[in-house]
Write a protein that binds this ligand. Structure first.
Ligand SMILES: CC(C)(COP(=O)(O)OP(=O)(O)OC[C@H]1O[C@@H](n2cnc3c(N)ncnc32)[C@H](O)[C@@H]1OP(=O)(O)O)[C@@H](O)C(=O)NCCC(=O)NCCS
Length: 324
């Protein structure tokens, strides 16, 4: 027998306010046509004044717990991926823990920008498989609207706010590729690329929060190669191939990057879950938001093989394969 981290439920939350491309075009020199053609994004959600990352995360966590049919007290580990915490410290995960009425176990934040959910999933999976914890909430939650330079048309059109979560439980499985749960995870990083996508502020450097800065073309240039490399790692580790995968749920940064990655890996277009048109790039929240959409609309079902990937600031990148 092998211990696997099995998904018991997933859920998400999007702030009420929607910002369309047409509305953005009244603020900066851009157009719906340019944004859709270069990115596939049509709209994004924006957190209300006074609505924090922890609030989005708590709503997503409650939805995931309801989907799992679990009380919050069953959770003994919370790993929250975010680059937009409520405060410099303590961790937003602790606010989420408190908001859910939990005061046992551990809760901490994880920072890997847009790869955050895959890094958090891998972290929780490792804790569950060692027997250290029994049930984990893995959350991606962001309020990127708060770190955007709303005068920079090269970045402000790309991002949005939201949160998604999954509940994982350590379960004994036969130890075969037909097992439910997380089958493999692969994480990578390379700090040489820091200046291509970063925030120009922070407690230790400027004592300000700062704004997101990006060399979009440079990020684009590296993205497809890094994503496909780390997915090939996942295929090699499991003996699985693109044909075995039921659903490809990539980080939702840009439709062109997603299409090019799927094409290079020979993943059929009908297996690709796309939400970037409606959500924009919600960084660490994008994968659990997309998972939630595909579970709710009946695409992802129990027993399906799901491939996740993400790439983001750092650079960081990673992949995961799980059987739902
Ligand atoms: C940002 C991105 C959409 C820009 O598309 P691009 O085709 O690379 O465009 P460029 O940056 O080369 O800019 C081309 C022109 O469009 C302009 N432009 C940039 N943003 C624009 C906007 N929102 N509206 C209209 N024009 C815009 C540029 O100023 C430039 O004009 P110029 O030729 O007169 O100088 C693209 O590079 C991208 O998606 N990169 C990856 C970003 C990403 O996914 N980051 C997150 C990773 S987690």
């Amino acid at each position: 027998m092998t211990v696997r981290s099995v998904v018991l439920g997933c859920g998400s939350y999007l702030p009420r306010q929607i910002l369309t491309n047409a509305e953005l075009a009244t603020r900066v020199d851009t157009s719906d046509e340019w944004i859709v053609q270069r990115t596939g994004i049509r709209q994004r959600h924006i957190a209300a004044e006074g609505e924090f990352t922890s609030h989005l995360a708590i709503n997503a966590a409650r939805a995931a717990l309801a989907d799992a049919g679990l009380d919050a007290q069953a959770i003994d580990l919370i790993v929250l991926a975010t680059s937009t915490p409520d405060n410099t410290f303590p961790a937003t995960a602790v606010a989420v823990q408190h908001g859910l009425g939990i005061n046992h176990g551990a809760a901490f934040d994880l920072q890997a920008v847009c790869s955050g959910f895959v890094f958090a999933l891998a972290t929780a999976d490792n804790f569950l498989r060692t027997g250290a914890y029994k049930r984990a909430l893995v959350i991606g939650a962001e309020t990127f609207s708060r770190i955007l330079d709303w005068n920079d048309r090269g970045t402000c059109v790309l991002f949005g706010d939201g949160a998604g979560a999954v509940v994982l439980e350590a379960q004994d499985q036969p130890g075969k590729s037909g097992d439910r749960g997380v089958l493999t995870t692969h994480l990578r990083s390379d700090g040489r690329h820091k200046s291509k996508l970063y925030v120009d502020g922070g407690p230790s450097s400027t004592q300000t929060v700062g704004h997101l800065r990006m060399e979009g073309r440079e990020v684009f240039k590296h993205a497809v190669g890094m994503i496909t490399d780390v997915i090939v790692d996942a295929f090699n580790a499991t003996g699985l191939s693109a044909e075995d995968i039921n659903w490809f749920v990539p980080h939702q940064a840009n439709k062109r990057i997603i299409d090019a990655s799927a094409h290079k890996l020979h993943i059929a277009p009908q297996k690709v879950v796309l939400t970037v048109d409606r959500h924009g790039n919600t960084s660490a929240a994008s994968i659990p938001l997309a998972l939630s959409v595909a579970v709710r609309d009946g695409r992802i079902k129990r027993g399906d093989l799901v491939l996740l990937e993400a790439m983001g600031g750092g650079f960081t990148w990673g992949s995961a394969v799980l059987r739902w």
